[in-house]
Design a binder for this molecule. Structure first.
Ligand code: ADP
Ligand code: ADP
Length: 234
């Protein structure tokens, strides 16, 4: 069963020279428990797709179902709650530089109202999972890029989301670190059962970890299928 489903979704922005069809009639389904790749060049509509899924933008037309809810029908308050079911990681990590590693991971738990004892237990569990238990009291500036993204992953998973959106999450990393982070994402998927959507312009990333993939071009899905189908068949 799909956990994310786009049905003829369109998102139109007002541009200086007329309407911009950023997402232009997209149909796609992300199945529960899979790693789904969205690949496309700059300007293809990837960020808009992400912002629609997490409710930062509303669809112009069409239906977008996220974990059973038509997000277009949700109020701002309901969307805010929904957003907690979706973890996000980013190209530039987006960590709070004035907070320690533990403090960064604590943040979504504080927002969700977890009591301190539960929070501390959860933080230790997450840092252990991503291999950074010994860096709990370090600041982001003291970490390598790969370590920062591990903190990003721990923070994204803190409140136990069902979906993890990885938006160009390895684009700032060297090839070896990219491999390490992708392996960690696979562990998140297999051991925690989190559905992962990987959005990237890097073919190798999708090839390495996605079960299925959609190729986005000019706001449209040009191809969709298994990684084998999309990248092997002519
Ligand atoms: P990608 O992430 O694949 O680079 P985007 O989703 O950022 O693509 O952009 C798709 C198209 O929509 C681009 O032409 C971009 O300029 C346009 N666009 C995105 N967001 C806005 C916005 N808020 N206002 C106007 N145009 C936008
Ligand atoms: P902030 O940066 O938000 O002011 P801290 O970085 O000092 O706060 O710590 C955030 C939270 O993480 C606190 O609740 C703290 O008790 C907890 N914490 C710190 N180190 C660990 C650890 N090794 N394992 C689990 N929890 C920890």
């Amino acid at each position: 069963t799909p956990i994310i489903e786009f049905r003829d979704v369109r998102k139109v922005f007002d541009g200086p020279n007329g309407p911009i069809h950023a997402v232009d009639g997209v149909d796609l389904a992300v199945e529960k428990g899979e790693i789904f790749g969205v690949i496309g060049y700059s300007g293809a509509g990837k960020s808009t797709l992400v912002r629609l899924i997490n409710g930062l933008e509303r669809v112009t037309s069409g239906q977008l179902l996220v974990d059973g809810d038509d997000v277009a029908a949700l109020s701002e308050r309901q969307l805010e709650r929904k957003r907690r079911d979706i973890g996000m990681i980013f190209q530039q990590f987006n960590l709070f530089s004035s907070r320690t590693v533990a403090g960064n991971v604590a943040f979504p738990l504080k927002v969700a109202g977890w009591p301190k004892a539960d929070r501390d237990r959860r933080i230790a569990e997450l840092l252990d999972f991503v291999g950074l238990l010994d860096r709990a009291h370090s600041y982001p500036d003291q970490l390598s890029g790969g370590q920062k993204q591990r903190v990003g992953i721990a923070r994204a998973l803190a409140a136990q989301p069902k979906i993890l959106l990885a938006d160009e999450s390895t684009s700032a990393l060297d090839p070896q670190t990219t491999q390490d982070v992708l392996r960690l994402l696979q562990k998140v998927n297999r051991e925690l059962g989190v559905t992962i959507v990987v959005i990237t312009h890097e073919l190798e990333v999708v090839r390495a970890i996605a079960d299925r993939v959609a190729v986005l071009e000019d706001g449209k899905v040009a191809e969709q299928g298994t990684v084998f189908d999309v990248f092997t068949n002519p």
